[in-house]
Design a protein around this ligand. Sequence first.
Ligand code: ZN
Length: 289
Amino acid sequence: MEKSRQHIAIVFRTALLFFAWLCAAPASADGLQGVQGLYVLNCGENDTKDVSMWSPGVDVGKPRQFSDSCYLIRHANGLLLWETGVSDAVAAMPDGLVVGGGILTLHVPKTLQSQLKELGVSPADIAYLGFSHFHGDHVGNANLFTSATLYAQQVEYDAAFGPDAAKFGFNAALYDKLRASPAVKLEGDHDIFGDGSVVIYSTPGHTPGHQSLLVRLPKTGPVLLSGDAVHFRENWENRRVPARNFDKEQSLASMEKLAAILAREHATLWINHDKPQTDTLPHAPDFIQ
Ligand SMILES: [Zn+2]
């Protein structure tokens, strides 16, 4: 009787240890967990003759250059591409592509596909795909990534794939092949991998379902990818809202939300279109950990 009780105790303890080991087991077969790092890709260089379209009443008639970044994030569960930039087709246009009724000229010095290839990544390797929003300088190469699961706010998804996409300033031809892709449609913030390492934050205003991305880098620490919730540092510091934003009040509230996240997480804000800041970031093939 005593022996069998001891036996049960040993079996129970072994089961407990096994369960504890299971809980501590790594998320992937190669023993890696969370975000390993990211690559910043040059996904366009755009310029305007009059920056005041983005800063109403300020710097009227002054030119400005914008960076346009994509971010390839290596997570233990797979590759996530955030933003796809200006269409690679623009690389073949020596004078670039004029959009927005002449306010912006888009240039592609190096295609996204060639940058991925240099990293040994093919479009089919991208398992997770997201954009801050569906404007053409963020979804230009979206059609390449049909194997990925798409993460978008429901309201943005409906606007982009609905009959009135053009009314929102979206060009459906750029992302139409994603219509059949598996999609996770969000109504707010979302922790993509469930481990807190990559979190989508809903930041509407620039478009109906604009979103920003927090990435916890193992050495650099948390970085917050702005999307177009803000376009450059001076607008951030003065909380300026571009004239063409979908909703001004939402835009202001989203900037305050980002400020609160930065304070809480001790994160660094990487402003997608702020060329002076983007120029300070290591670009692919450098890997930021
Ligand atoms: Zn935009």
